[in-house]
Design a protein around this ligand. Structure first.
Ligand SMILES: Nc1ncnc2c1ncn2[C@@H]1O[C@H](COP(=O)(O)OP(=O)(O)OP(=O)(O)O)[C@@H](O)[C@H]1O
Length: 791
């Protein structure tokens, strides 16, 4: 990807920067005009009173807010609004896209012509050269901008015409002769970096030789120091990544790749691409599922920087059921607890628990007999008869809380039988009349209503979870599904946090259980205030009365979850990041949010912390159903320098023998460092961490075993904002300039998936990696722990 010419004179560089600057000036001039237009539109529309038909008003409101959104995007401070340029040969066809650019990928016949070198450079000579005359120049940016005469000033990076910027290679250059990355800040162009894709030809633009400047944009991008948030990679997306980003939305796009291959980056850019490509369809929302809140906060700035936020919700697994279960969690269970809670076998246990909870008298004691007076006589159902009725009701398939009408009906049947009234009439019509009167009498009795409420109470998911904390009860519900040791582990873990009614702090894995329970239990319909559907402007209008109300309604419609207002329970597209880590129960929870969705799934089996990959794969297959799948692989590691990747590759060979590691493209010349901790581990960690802070400009991540997480925070207290302590499972997806991995052996021993977790820990750094061993690591004389040695 490096440019072929690096020793260009300063004057050429300056001239090229000036040329791009004047283009950027034109772009900003045009943007200002558009901003004025949008402001005028908004102002004009809001001045008009509430006149016209509801349809016209709705249309007007929608227009105002579309203009508002556009205005916001234009006003956003983009660091590099314009970042690319391609100089192209004439295309095979003259077809233009909606943005005014020619869309053909292949050059026209004769676009490259042979000439004598006299033609080429005017010096005279005898040989022939190829001449590439530039026929079209496109500038690529975060949004498309058309000039007043509709010529494209900037092409949106997601438009088909921009694809060659990412896809062209010297082997398959298509029409691209020169690709340029433009770096700017605010309104100033700072530098340009070129790749020449047809080095064999003499390229000319307006009769002049085409200049080539710089050392390659990708390497420049990768060398920059990190902050605590991810940056977009829009200026340097690589061809294999671009294929994923622009893959057709239909069905399931599955992407695998090692650490640092850009899976998360690609997933985020894909969300922006899908919205651009079919905004109407994705008005149904895009959900991005992330393993941890840390990864959510690390990545959530990327979409706004790409001009997209409204329709995309990025959620950690612990917050996924917030809208429905009203709960979020950030606490982790011990691995052996998580293994039970995450297993697909829990579905059977929960099904029994949801039904069994009815019998538990959660709010009031469950009545053991039902007594009513019918036709002047007392009729009674005893405990055995009631149990039989309950069994019969539960024979249905509806969610438990929605079975109460059926329970009512079957109780009345049982009472009717018991009353002997059935035998009084042979005539069916009279019998039916009598029965109707019987039902009306009894159902109208307060005692009967009170009985029904106590005997078939409404049960909440939390109550069931709380009820499962009782070991003997859980053993009954989990019979032949969980082993006794698993029952004990689960019951104790639940009892440690929850009251018998399920109040208390939930763990991340509890959320998937609650969500499953919510489906099993169902929510009975309650009369409630109708709310306007924020997506439907017309129905919104029926509800909203004043202009201000309509403003708020329409704003909600366009803001989406990012704006905090719109909470969906189903989405049009679901993107799963770090998919290798979803437990079977979490797959079920995610699947419920994408029943009609198309999907993008990115992950790396070698980084999986789930112990039973087959069980997870089966759950994933079930979630995706019969949708066709399209698989992609990412092969280049952009994060770790080669010197560090070697170390991680050794662990990969132990964790997943035979797996090919991704290819690291950078080298820093700095080898990883090894130290053996002294007697005071905390002091050793602090010292090594402080040293790294001195050595790198950006961030430092200190990764410890989960059991040491809290302790480690204390060790690093006061070292400043550039440093973070992380439990090994929290390090997923994150990236630091330097990382310190504390006791690889302890991380590896913490769970059956420990080696894979260690692989994650070792692949977080962009510059420096330091490993601190303890005696448990069996370090050699250089301090290198046993697990990381070459032999
Ligand atoms: N084309 C690119 N240009 C510039 N930087 C890139 C490119 N692709 C990836 N990167 C950078 O490489 C780093 C790793 O990317 P990302 O976090 O998306 O990888 P990942 O595959 O999700 O890694 P992991 O599996 O470890 O979570 C990020 O800093 C990202 O910005």
């Amino acid at each position: 990807m490096n440019a072929q010419h690096t020793a260009e004179p300063q004057s050429v560089r300056d001239r090229e920067i000036r040329a791009e600057q004047s283009h950027l000036d034109r772009v900003y001039l045009r943007l200002e005009e558009k901003i004025h237009e949008a402001e005028f539109l908004m102002d004009d529309a809001s001045k008009r009173g509430q006149v016209g038909t509801p349809g016209a008003l709705a249309e007007r409101d929608a227009q105002v807010f579309r203009a508002g959104i556009h205005l916001n995007r234009l006003n956003s401070e983009f660091e590099d609004f314009l970042f690319g340029r391609i100089d192209l040969l004439e295309g095979k066809t003259g077809e233009r896209g909606p943005d005014g650019a020619y869309i053909s990928v292949e050059p026209a016949d004769g676009a490259l012509r042979e000439a004598t070198d006299t033609d080429a450079n005017g010096n005279g000579g005898t040989g022939t050269v190829k001449i590439a005359d530039i026929a079209e120049t496109l500038h690529i940016g975060r949004l498309g901008v058309l000039d007043a005469d509709y010529t494209p000033l900037v092409i949106d990076w997601r438009a088909p015409a921009a694809a060659p910027f990412y896809r062209a290679t010297p082997v398959a250059p298509g029409r691209v002769v020169r690709r340029r990355v433009i770096r700017s800040k605010g309104r100033r162009v700072h530098s340009v970096e070129d790749d020449l894709l047809r080095p064999e030809a003499t390229a000319r633009l307006d009769g002049e030789a085409l200049a080539v400047v710089g050392d390659g944009a990708l390497m420049a991008a990768l060398g920059q120091a990190r902050g605590h948030t991810m940056r977009d990679i829009v200026a340097s997306i690589q061809a294999e990544q671009d294929e994923v980003i622009r893959a057709p939305a239909a069905s399931v796009t599955e992407v695998e790749g090692g650490p640092g291959t850009g899976k998360t980056a690609v997933a985020l850019h894909r969300a922006a691409y899908l919205l651009y490509q079919d905004r109407r369809r994705y008005a149904g929302g895009i959900l991005i599922v992330s393993p941890t809140p840390l990864l959510v906060s690390y990545t959530e700035g990327v979409l706004p920087s790409l001009g997209e936020e409204g329709q995309v919700a990025i959620r950690a697994l612990g917050s996924l059921a917030q809208e429905t279960a009203g709960a979020t969690a950030t606490t982790y269970d011990a691995q052996r607890v998580a293994r039970v809670k995450g297993s697909a076998r829990m579905v059977k246990v929960l099904r029994k628990a949801a039904r069994g909870a009815l019998d538990m008298g959660l709010r009031a004691p469950v009545p053991e007999r039902l007594r009513v007076v019918a036709f002047g006589a007392r009729v009674e159902l005893d405990a055995t008869e009631l149990a039989a009725v309950r069994q019969q009701v539960l024979g249905g398939t509806a969610p438990v809380n929605l079975m109460r009408p059926r329970a009512r009906k079957l109780l009345l049947d049982a009472l009717w039988d018991k009353s002997g009234a059935r035998r009084r009439h042979d005539d069916p019509e009279l019998a039916a009349e009598l029965r109707a009167g019987f039902d009306e009498d009894i159902a109208g009795e307060d005692d009967f209503t009170a009985f029904l409420e106590a005997w078939w109470p409404e049960v909440t998911p939390r109550q069931v979870l709380g009820a499962m904390a009782d070991e003997s009860r859980l053993a009954r519900w989990a019979r032949r599904v969980l082993r006794p040791a698993e029952v004990r582990t689960l019951a104790r873990a639940l009892a440690a946090r929850l009251t018998p009614l399920g109040e208390g702090e939930l763990s991340v894995h509890d959320i998937a259980l609650l969500d499953e329970l919510r489906t099993l239990l169902g929510t009975p319909a309650r009369p409630r205030k109708r709310e306007a559907d924020p997506l439907d402007q017309l129905s919104g209008l029926e509800e909203l009365t004043t202009a201000a109300d309509r403003d708020a309604g329409a704003r909600r419609a366009y803001q989406g979850p990012g704006g905090g207002a719109q909470e969906r329970t189903e989405y049009a597209h679901v993107i799963v990041d770090e998919a290798q880590d979803l437990t079977p129960m979490q797959w079920r929870m995610v699947a419920r949010r994408g029943r009609h969705a198309t999907w993008t799934i990115v992950g790396d089996p070698a980084q999986s912390s789930w112990t039973d990959p087959d069980e997870a794969a089966a759950a994933r297959d079930e979630a995706l159903g019969k949708r066709p799948r399209r698989r992609f692989e990412l092969t280049v590691n952009y994060r770790n320098p080669a010197e560090l990747a070697v170390l991680a590759d050794r662990v990969l060979a132990l964790a997943m023998p035979g797996t090919a590691p991704p290819r690291a493209v950078r080298s820093t010349g700095v080898e990883p460092g090894f130290t053996v901790a002294g007697d005071d581990l905390g002091a050793s960690v602090r010292e090594a961490a402080a040293q790294l802070l001195e050595e790198v400009e950006g961030t430092v991540g200190v990764v410890v075993a989960m059991a040491r997480r809290e302790e480690a925070r204390g060790w690093l207290a006061g070292l400043g904002e550039r440093i973070v302590a992380l439990g090994s499972l929290e390090a997923k997806g994150l990236e630091y300039d330097a990382s310190l991995v504390v006791s690889p052996a302890q991380i590896a021993d913490e769970s059956p998936a420990g080696l894979r977790t260690l692989y994650v820990a070792l692949t977080r750094a962009t510059q420096r990696l330091e490993v601190l061993s303890t005696a448990a690591d069996l370090p050699d004389e250089t301090g290198a722990p046993d697990l990381l040695r070459a032999d």
